[in-house]
Structure formats: C-alpha cells, structure tokens
Design a protein around this ligand. Structure first.
Ligand SMILES: [Zn+2]
Length: 84
C-alpha cells in the first residue's frame, strides 16, 4: 500500500487536472489522468494525511516573487521591414 486512501486521486503532473490511481504498488502508485490521459508514477515516501484532490489553492505570494515581467520586448512594432 503506497499512497493509501487519500492518494486515490492526485493532480496530473502534465495538465494539473484530476488523475485517478489505476494501480497501487508497495511504494509506487500508477496514475492516469482523466483529462489528458497522461500516465505517470508517484513514489510515496509515506501515505499523505490529507486528500490530494481537490488541490488546495496556493497563495499568490509565492508566485509574486518569481514573476519576471521584464521579458516584454517591442518586437511587434518592428515586424514590418520596408522592402524598397
Ligand atoms: Zn492530465
């Protein structure tokens, strides 16, 4: 028994939607996404104490420090080279 009863559903590692456990092993559980169909394995060090789905909302404070908004370059304004 790997993930236990709280690990029956987890967020898909590809699309973040609901993935269902299709096989339960001793240490690794296999999941298949119900949305994109992606199949992946999760290794559970120990079974989670809380349900893994639905995902709890994460605070925006973590995202804010990583936001890099300086990547915007005015590339579109120069996409009209004159051929004369
Ligand atoms: Zn998915």
């Amino acid at each position: 028994m790997a993930g236990g009863k709280h690990a029956h559903y987890v967020p898909c590692i590809r699309c973040g939607q609901k993935a269902e456990r299709i096989q339960e092993g001793t240490e690794n559980d296999t999941y298949e996404c119900t949305v994109c169909g992606h199949e992946f394995i999760i290794h559970w060090e120990e079974p989670p104490e809380e349900p893994q789905w639905p995902v709890k909302e994460t605070t925006d404070e973590n995202k804010r420090s990583e936001s890099t908004d300086h990547e915007h370059q005015s590339h579109n304004e120069h996409c009209n080279p004159k051929h004369e």
